[in-house]
Design a protein around this ligand. Structure first.
Ligand code: HPA
Length: 272
């Protein structure tokens, strides 16, 4: 019996395929809050709003709509997501990971994810990029809950090296060449949307988190399940529990730090 969720993934993949017939993507890039400028130099084959993907964001979502860009980025055929869905918006976690699974079916072997994050480790300052070496899934949900989608991956996927050693090394190499101080650390994903209390930040620090955010981990888990190689870069936009002006502050800081992240990502993609 075909799982309805697998049917949804196949339909999403077919829709993406129809946007750019013959285009065989190699890499999925997910761009977080304020980080859209990373794809400014992409040579586009297709551009679609999130609502164009069947089973994804409901078309009623107005305002700042996310988009899928298909095309060539730093010499690679890529699907770039400008924005993503978040749990705090009320989307089920399966919907959040739908594009990752569709991209995997289309042949993407690599997921490069970016996000804005609050710094927890002492010394992590706004504007600094951080290479995610591991994560804490504190979202309270897992995208692999429910009957396993055997056509994508195994029931109990290993997460010991969720973030590929090869890509970690590549990111370090590229940062060194660019003279960029690339921090490294553990990204804790929390559900949000409220920012953390000081007590929560202390607790997260005790748990081993270096930075905290409200995204990325569902996509990473789904990508690993589907056998993709993963790397993630956070941009520290604020010191956690010290967000005086909330989301606007985070977006502004992300916009400021985006060029550094863009340069890193571009060079990584070139050498994948
Ligand atoms: N907490 C959670 N998510 C975030 C933060 C934060 O401080 N900054 C950017 N995303």
């Amino acid at each position: 019996m075909t799982d309805v969720r697998m049917t949804a993934v196949r339909e999403a993949a077919e829709a993406m395929r129809s946007w750019a017939p013959g285009f065989a993507p190699e890499t999925l890039v997910v761009l977080g809050s304020g980080l859209g400028s990373v794809v400014e130099r992409m040579r586009l084959s297709a551009e679609k709003p999130f609502a164009a993907l069947p089973g994804f964001a409901p078309p009623a979502v107005a305002g700042h709509e996310g988009r899928f860009l298909l095309g060539e980025l730093a010499g690679r055929r890529a699907i770039a997501m400008m924005g993503r869905l978040h749990l705090y918006e009320g989307h089920p976690v399966e919907q959040i990971v739908l594009p990752v699974r569709a991209a995997a079916l289309l042949g993407c072997r690599v997921l490069l994810a970016t996000n804005a994050a609050g710094g927890i480790r002492d010394g992590l300052r706004p504007g600094q990029p951080m290479l995610v070496t591991d994560h804490l899934n504190l979202l309270g949900v897992n995208p692999l809950s429910g009957p396993n989608l055997d056509d994508l991956g195994v029931r109990f996927p290993v997460m010991a090296e969720a973030y590929s050693r090869r890509l970690l090394d590549l990111a370090r190499e590229v940062a060194a060449e660019q003279g960029v101080e690339l921090e490294e650390g553990v990204y804790a994903a929390v559900a949000g949307p409220s920012y953390e209390t000081p007590a929560e930040v202390r607790a997260l620090r005790l748990l081993g988190a270096d930075a905290v955010g409200m995204s990325t981990v569902p996509e990473v888990i789904a990508a690993r399940h589907a056998g993709m190689e993963v790397a993630a870069l956070s941009l520290v936009t604020n010191v956690a529990a010290d967000v005086a002006h909330g989301h606007e502050e985070v977006l502004a800081a992300a916009g400021t730090g985006a060029p550094v992240l863009a340069a890193l990502l571009t060079a990584i993609i070139e050498r994948l």
